[in-house]
Design a protein around this ligand. Structure first.
Ligand code: BGC
Length: 724
């Protein structure tokens, strides 16, 4: 349809029909529904009439192609103007083929593979009748108590931006893609705007408050990157921003998102967030919620009834200009048009293709590949890789658990996920040297313990699969104590008494407090929630068919009392390690170190890499010039391996304080034993820009440091000067 036709369609719509276009409901409300869809919040008496459902604009979560077709067919019959429904769902890290959780994907440092995962998710979801995914989540996270860190790609704004772009490209097919033609793509929705990841105390839905400077410098870049990549939609956050819930925040949404950033796509509220302005204490009733949300520029209200019940009356009374409703409706119609729904209301939905494409071997292989790249080897004292000829006891709650998909696994079916024991058995099969002993997650019985110890006595190596059940993570999955459940730590200590090498494999969605594990285990492999073929990927790493190469994108705290602890922090006026530092009056804890247990960028390999002395091509960088930082990296071990060489920069003296390190680039190099490669980075002035106190973006001439190394801690430093 041409824009003009959409305008005419809008003219034909009654005010009621327009308001209904702004309503999003779960499938259970619709004729033709066979499922209830995904319900992530209370369905508190929506009180919508049949007519309103018939005129509704979009549906949240669909149970597959047949249901999507049935609902759309009935809807087209029922809608006076035959305006198709848009179907939206949380396709977060795969649809039916589940990829590792986003935090794990982040540790792959592979935007290419992440893009591929999103393309696969889009294909599976679109043949199953979905048009829009509520992904990617680009919330920067620094607090592992927050359950939703598993949905983010970590604590670095630059890396998060690369990933946000990769997800959007994968879902939407790139800037040149055409969603109306390419029915195997989805429209993407960046969320949660803004700064949802900074909830105080790491408690979900809690207050967020920070300076605009901090927000722009760290929290906003990844959302903006997604929009620059053409992301079609934005979702509001549950939290407050400058004292006002994001969903009713005119300044944030109209002035920043729409006017300053030029976003003209659809803005959707989070689940029930319009009505939550009442408990937030900024609206008396639903009517006021509707008023505030439409003024702020929210187009679709997800799962609360404020618009549908009150917007018409607000327009008729003259309190809300009808033009505000019109512009919201037009944005929704335009999205439907870009999706090609007016011509093909069923779009990609195709039960036959669904059976063929969804959860195909090819897709599962891709998920396995990304899982292998996402695992992070945190410790290895000559235990890994395992020798197939060794007798291994695989023990613990995740030995045979299918709970490896993570809490946002959409249509993923747990029972289909490859467990660690299946993965290991497939490799060790011919040797028959694997004994698997599962146990409970939080309450390990005496009998379970005894069985574990007996098996461990018979073994040469113990592989202990520990972690958090997926319900301990994800939305509303916050924890104040982020150590492993105490029963698991006790089991670890008991097994340690046998004096045999112990490899701990972790299945979880957040950086954990691993102090005890680090003390007791000989090797630690962080496997996260690795997805559908996770068990096979992890087993491949344990037996050395693959060499771990993942690196952390979020710091693992030494203790929860340090949180937030993140690598790109400021120096303070009394840094702990300054040459003239006093013993006491410096910025420190008396009882624990300042540093995390495992820093950002950290991850080991079965081989070793040696960095030669790095060089800078010059000591001075001009505004339009470039410096080259060069370093040779050699594989000094006996196995081939992949290293992620990282470049960080520090602006030593700025107008505002600057982080001690900021990631500015990385290179992945694959090296055979004994092989050396020369890695180089260009440093240019644009990499040195930041938001100044007046919010202008620019660089400060003066002193800088460049750092290169295998993680954010173990780096070589080189000084240079930016000349005016
Ligand atoms: C979550 C969103 C999600 C929405 C729809 C909310 O509870 O915060 O991330 O997209 O539900 O399921």
């Amino acid at each position: 349809m041409r824009e003009q036709q959409l305008q005419s369609l809008l003219q034909e719509m009654t005010l009621e029909e327009k308001v209904a276009q702004l309503l999003q409901l779960a499938p259970a409300f619709f004729e033709g529904a066979g499922s209830e869809g995904q319900i992530t919040g209370p369905l508190q008496g929506m009180g919508v009439s049949k007519e309103e459902v018939h005129a509704a604009g979009s549906v949240l979560g669909i149970g597959g192609a047949e249901e999507a077709i049935a609902i759309q067919e009935a809807h087209m019959r029922n809608h006076r103007l035959s305006i198709p429904l848009a179907t939206m769902a949380d396709v977060i890290h795969g649809y039916r083929t589940i990829f590792p959780v986003p935090l794990a994907m982040g540790c792959s440092w592979s935007p290419e593979l992440v893009e591929q995962s999103a393309a696969i998710a889009a294909k599976e979801a679109s043949v199953s009748g979905i048009h829009v995914t509520f992904s990617p989540m680009a919330d920067l996270t620094r607090d592992p108590r927050w359950g939703r860190v598993m949905e983010s790609t970590g604590e670095d704004p630059w890396l998060n931006s690369l990933y946000a772009r990769a997800f959007v490209r994968g879902y939407q097919g790139g800037q040149d893609g055409d969603l109306s033609q390419d029915k195997h793509r989805l429209a993407a929705c960046i969320k949660h705007f803004a700064a949802y990841g900074a909830a105080e105390g790491g408690r979900d839905y809690n207050t967020v408050d920070m300076s605009e400077w901090m927000r722009r410098e760290f929290y906003m870049p990844a959302y903006l990157a997604a929009l620059e990549e053409g992301c079609e939609m934005v979702m509001t956050a549950f939290n407050t921003v400058d004292g006002i819930p994001a969903t009713g925040n005119r300044r944030l949404m109209r002035e920043m998102l729409r006017e300053e950033w030029g976003f003209d796509g659809v803005l959707i509220s989070d689940w029930g967030a319009v009505k939550e302005m009442i408990p937030h204490g900024v609206a008396t009733d639903e009517r006021e919620c509707a008023y505030k949300a439409i003024q702020a520029g929210v187009d679709i209200e997800m799962m609360s009834p404020c618009y549908i019940r009150h917007l018409q009356e607000l327009v008729e009374s003259g309190e809300v200009a009808e033009s505000l409703v019109d512009e919201a409706v037009l944005r929704i119609l335009k999205l439907k048009n870009r999706l090609g729904l007016f011509e093909q209301p069923h779009r990609g939905a195709d039960p036959e293709a669904e059976r063929r494409i969804v959860f195909s071997d090819e897709h599962r292989q891709a998920a396995q590949q990304l899982a292998a790249k996402s695992c992070v080897l945190l410790k290895n004292e000559d235990v890994l890789p395992l020798d197939k000829a060794h007798r291994v006891a695989l023990i613990g709650p995740f030995a045979e658990s299918h709970d490896v998909l993570g809490p946002w696994s959409c249509m993923g079916v747990r029972e289909d996920a490859v467990t660690l024991s299946e993965g290991m058995a497939a490799i060790a099969a011919s040797h028959g040297m694997l004994e698997s002993v599962p146990c409970s997650l939080e309450h390990i019985t005496e009998a379970e313990k005894e069985r574990a110890i007996e098996a461990a006595r018979r073994a040469e190596v113990i592989v202990l699969a520990l972690g958090e059940g997926s319900e301990m993570s994800g939305e509303a999955g916050c924890r104040a104590d982020i150590a492993l459940p105490s029963a698991q730590l006790e089991l670890l200590r008991k097994l340690k008494e046998l004096g045999k090498p112990i490899v701990v494999v972790l299945f979880n969605g957040r950086p954990l407090d691993l102090r005890v594990v680090d003390e007791e285990a000989d090797a630690i492999l962080e496997a996260w929630y690795p997805g559908s073929n996770g068990g096979a990927a992890v087993a491949g790493l344990l037996y050395g068919l693959d060499n771990p190469s993942g690196k952390l994108v979020m710091s693992f705290p030494y203790a929860v009392g340090q949180v937030p602890v993140y690598y790109n922090c400021f120096n303070t006026g009394r840094p702990q390690n300054a040459p003239d530092a006093q013993e006491r009056y410096v910025s420190q804890y008396l009882d624990i170190p300042n540093e995390p247990l495992f820093p950002f960028g950290y991850g080991l390999s079965y081989t070793t890499f040696q960095y030669a002395q790095a060089t800078l091509s010059d000591e001075r960088l001009s505004m339009d010039g470039k410096l080259e930082l060069a370093v040779s990296v050699t594989n000094t071990g006996v196995l081939a391996g992949e290293e992620i060489v990282q470049l960080y920069i520090r602006d030593v003296v700025g107008e505002a304080v600057r982080p001690l390190r900021e990631l500015k680039g990385y290179r992945k190099v694959k090296l055979q034993p004994g092989e050396t490669c020369h890695v180089s980075f260009d440093i240019t002035e644009d990499m040195l820009r930041y938001h100044h106190p007046d919010l202008q973006f620019g660089s400060d001439p003066g002193q800088f440091m460049a750092f290169v190394g295998p993680n954010s801690r173990d780096v070589q430093a080189l000084a240079f000067i930016l000349t005016p």
